[in-house]
Design a protein around this ligand. Sequence first.
Ligand code: KG4
Ligand code: ZN
Length: 353
Amino acid sequence: MLVLGIESSCDETGVALYDTREGLLAHELHTQMAMHAEYGGVVPELASRDHIRRLVPLTEACLKAAGKDYTDIDAVAFTQGPGLGGALLAGSGYANALAFALGKPVIPVHHLEGHLLSPLLANEKPQFPFVALLVSGGHTQFMAVRGIGDYTLLGESVDDAAGEAFDKTAKLLDLPYPGGAKLSELAKLGNADAFTFPRPMLHSHDLQMSFSGLKTSVLTTVQKVREENGGSLPEQTRNDICRAFQDAVVDVLVAKSKQALLDTGFRTLVVAGGVGANWKLREELGKLSVRPRKDKGGKPMPSEKVAVFFPPLVYCTDNGAMIAFAGAMRLQNCREAGAFTVKPRWPLAEIVQ
Ligand code: KG4
Ligand code: ZN
């Protein structure tokens, strides 16, 4: 089965072709980053219009790269939500029209399910069940994943998502949009001992997280540094703040990941979403092990290794490959329910299997 995947939930137009026997045949991506940079953030109306302009040429580029024709497509998968309403409608309208013209089924896909399954696009794939840490610009969640479509929410951020905290902090450090990745690059040049920021809800004994207070701590620190430096923020100090901010977020994500693994008893962790591209998070989670609580006799238990999977870097941020893949998995494993509607707000735990 050849599935065309369409992603248009935010500021990236992604199109891909996934074959259930041969794997990923082609994927094309257009990022609107440069267009939105001028405004310091995503402008929804501009995003929708640009998706409309890009969808046909990207599909044709994919077909050409894969050596396929429109008539070879067996189903069209598209991101139904969550995301920006207009941007989602551009993808949904295109996917539904194309599927209708070809007489083929349309498969609505949850954007986060796309992220969640993206590590399965790598050569080395995780086995079910696993804990998924979804860290994107809009979500920071732990899910217990027992199979395709079988997802249970374990805990999430009660306020800002980790990616959102990265972006907002970058903005108050005067870094150009989109700031998350830039902040993490500058953190490489920072001294780890110069500043320490709070680790919110680190000891809350559950899987809830909070990142908005952290951003406020950075703001207070930046204001103080500026006062001491005649209004400016010295370059090295900015790098040090980036480092301390990143370390705080990563510490929380690592500690909560351990807790999620202990709570579920699973020993596989899958990290997905844009923040999964972060070098420090990859480094720290790469050496993760967990020590189960003491046994009934009160004896300490040996620590256990955890298998950690990240999607290949190109599939970490938004892309069409993860939607084509999730669509193909839905086609094979789940009840089909084609729909033209979009769902700008859509909790992952509410999807039907
Ligand atoms: O998954 P994604 O591409 O889009 C959403 O669905 O939100 O994630 C985008 C988020 C942004 O907040 C961006 O700042 C963050 O991922 N991000 C990073 C890095 N690269 C992207 N955050 C930290 N370190 C990075 N290297
Ligand atoms: Zn995303």
